[in-house]
Ligand binder design. Sequence first.
Ligand code: SF4
Ligand code: SF4
Length: 488
Amino acid sequence: MNKIDRRKFIKSAGLAGGALSLAGAAGAGYSAGADKDSYTGYGRTNYGEDQFFNRKPFIVDNPTYVKKGEPVRITAVEDIFKRNGMLSRLMFSRGDIEPAWKPADGIDALPGQLRDYYKANPGALEEFIKAMEKGRAQRANWEKYRDKYFIADAWSTAHSSPIRGRGAFPAEPRDRPEKSDFRGVNKVKLEPKSPSHASELIKKICYSFGASLAGIAKVKKEWVYQGSLRGVGREDYEVPSHWKYAIVIAVPHEWDSMYANPTYGTSYDAYSKLRFIAGKMEVFVKELGYSSRPHVPPTSYDLVMPPLAIDAGLGEQGRNGILITPELGANTRLAAVTTDMPLEPDKPIDIGVSRFCEKCKICAEECPGGAIDFSDKAETVVRGYKRWKIDQNKCFTIWNSVATSHARGCRVCLSVCPYSRKNNWVHSFAREVDPRDPTGLVASGLLAMQKKFFNYPGGQEYLPPPDGNNRTFGEAPEWMKTDEWFKI
Ligand code: SF4
Ligand code: SF4
């Protein structure tokens, strides 16, 4: 029974002079049962009860990202995972195919897009080669750490199997969007009563599939990758005209393992949930008679997620580059489904994340790779918008350095962020009061408390010896400690 239910219970029982009346007990039981807070497992999520923050007072006319100059669409080669994938395919043999390029061949021997990119960003190539070396050392080191992180690794592999295995769900589009997004669309189509009815229904279905948060955004051209589209390949392609709206969904990582990043967490627990939710939404929207295409992690996206989620009113981008939401903080992972279903988009919100980040800088201090910008203001212009710069190459090297199996990586910047806290009364107070305080005093007070009461190991401490000591931000949950369960 939660706190409110207990109060209701005591009140109703107390009226009968302290004796528990049958009627009072029945009333309290009914009340406890009717409150979705009392549901277990996905019961709470199913009804949108995870999206409890009232966004209305913070709705703004313009999203909180700052436009500077002419917006530019992102190219595939600018995306670190797509770029590293292209280069890896050239560098490493597969079956009978010999490597087509080695570092000694030089940048000029690379094919067009990669050559141009690395000529303009030679540091990125150096960092990639360093990451590959670190990755080799990490794999050799893994023998040393495997027993300790045995459960954490098995847990991550279980989550990644629907993503990395053959039966990955949802299936990758095999054709141009004009074809694949309409494959299987029901010929029967009912007209929604209004776009707002349609949006409300879609969000309810997202929750029922397990989404913690859901929002609707209009698709802006500048959030769509250029020069790469799944089902089309690496070519320039107009943004499909039927990508009118994006249904944006978010889930958190499992909290305890996320706090124990880097060595106990995994990205795949949230990724696999998102893939199932988005895959089911694809089918659901097609069954309603409309086109749909899921965009899911880790790399099956045709759109950039954080600004899309800002447009969908879910939150704001932090110094760490991650979407920060009132409910989940930086522990927010994203997927989307694009569609031509007539929907009503949500409005962006401004809960003061940028103002808080200007003072905070905890993620930058704690990042083991020095990949996060320390500047006071978000002044770096990236493709036409201001933001704090993230050095993705340095981040990638850290993912290849920490004492985890290769796939699990870092995520320290999610764990240490003061917005990533559980939903207890202190954090509920902070969540509601700080965005309403124009003086900034609440933020300063919260930050001082944060730094005093939370233990931050600090930067390199998260790395394996000799650089660090394999420290984690929080204590690992007992169910993830191998020595509690196995003889090691
Ligand atoms: S994931 Fe780790 S290395 Fe990458 S930016 Fe966050 S803290 Fe830094
Ligand atoms: S840790 Fe601090 S600076 Fe970094 S994203 Fe979170 S609030 Fe912003």
